[in-house]
Design a protein around this ligand. Structure first.
Ligand code: SAH
Ligand code: SF4
Length: 356
């Protein structure tokens, strides 16, 4: 699959399954520490291993899943990374700092938005990731590698992960589940399940499959329409799994292990921003006891969709809140800069290539 390299990528295999011929277990443990605790992705830098071993391992395995193609931002703002994979495909991750907590005990936290596929097969009409279809799934090491590399760039631990970058996480469960195991493991990246959110466009059978996963990870559903007629206009997946089936699957997911669900709703001018949709959204949220995240649409170059006026956005939010018990947050760019996390960086890279 990777044209540039003949070696297997070591972190595609969970460290619990590593087999290095004849290597004592304390050496394997040293390698694990270098990679997962220190974020070192080159055998030559593992200074407590004998030189000969470093060379031998370096000839057998690749350690770096990708290199930085482009980056923007600094430690106290949103940082965007465009990564070039070993087969010269591009993916992106976004690092978002935010202050969390209540008065007095406020702490600065880092959230990383992670990609799971190169492109996406689901073709939501508003989204940059799906414009060119699916190129391929990411491997386990390419998913985990985004966290290791972004953590190294940030110089501090990453508190939260959201799988809201490029691709549909639930369409890549065979690579994602082992990646989650590594991310959750205290000897891996040690990020707690409640700090991990997967976002899905609503692949019903996969939601049911994920419900069986033992950890209490969170799920965000990209609803974007209160009824089938509206949702279908922008999300072709709704023809396969209409809203009622989706909500039934969500109920089962929540029941399975008291897992939490958020409903995401991007607001697109004249498409899904009428107050009737707000009423339906409130009804669905109350049924699932789910939080609602309203996200004003980020314009994608080449697509005709627009963000509603701010007054319309506020009216929509108030309408949802009119139903007693709803919990709604409105995310403008600051705080959760999704703009770069939805295939838009890669799109820019592709456009540049075409123009050159
Ligand atoms: N495939 C998954 C996760 C990746 S997309 C999903 O669809 O949920 C992450 C979120 O970004 C989704 O809610 C998606 O609808 C939203 N999104 C995509 N393009 C966007 C844009 N241009 N502006 C705002 N949100 C967008
Ligand atoms: Fe794929 Fe999600 Fe974009 Fe839809 S919104 S095309 S599912 S990445």
């Amino acid at each position: 699959m990777h044209s540039n390299s003949v070696n297997p990528l070591l972190i595609d295999t969970p460290f619990t399954e590593w087999q290095f011929e004849g290597l004592p277990s304390y050496r394997v443990e040293q390698i694990r520490e270098w990679i997962f605790e220190k974020g070192i992705l080159a055998f030559k830098d593992m200074t407590n291993l004998p030189g000969g071993l470093r060379q031998e391992l370096g000839q057998k395995y690749d350690l770096t899943p990708m290199e930085t193609a482009w980056e923007q931002g600094s430690a106290d703002t949103t940082q965007k990374f465009l990564w070039k994979l070993r087969d010269e495909q591009f993916i992106e991750s976004v690092l978002i700092p935010a202050t969390e907590g209540t008065k007095g005990v406020r702490a600065s936290r880092l959230t990383l938005c992670v990609s799971t596929q190169v492109g996406c097969a689901l073709g939501c009409k508003f989204c940059a990731s799906g414009l060119d279809g699916l190129k391929r799934n990411l491997t386990t090491g390419e998913i985990v590698g985004q966290v290791i590399l972004a953590r190294r760039k940030a110089g501090k631990r990453i508190d939260n992960l959201v799988f809201m970058g490029m691709g549909e996480p639930l369409a890549n469960l065979p690579a994602l589940i082992p990646a989650l195991d590594i991310i959750l493991d205290a000897k891996g990246l040690g990020i707690g399940a409640r700090h991990i959110t997967l976002s899905t466009s609503g692949l019903v059978p996969k939601i049911l499959e994920l419900a069986k996963y033992p950890a209490q990870i969170r799920l965000a559903i990209s609803l974007h329409g209160g009824n089938d007629q509206t949702r279908e206009k922008i999300m072709p997946i709704n023809k396969r799994y209409p809203i009622n089936e989706l909500l039934d699957a969500c109920e089962k997911f929540i029941e399975a292990r008291k897992k939490m669900i958020t409903l995401e709703y991007i607001l697109i001018k004249g498409v899904n921003d009428d107050l009737n949709q707000a009423n339906l959204l409130a009804k669905h949220a109350l049924r699932l006891n789910a939080k609602v995240n309203l996200i004003p649409y980020n314009k994608v170059e080449g697509l005709g969709w627009e963000r509603p006026e701010i007054s319309r956005i506020k009216a929509f939010k108030s309408q949802v809140e009119r139903k007693k018990g709803t919990r709604v947050t409105l995310r403008m760019e600051k705080g959760h800069d999704i703009e770069a996390a939805c295939g838009q960086l890669r799109l820019r890279e592709t456009v540049k290539k075409i123009n050159c």
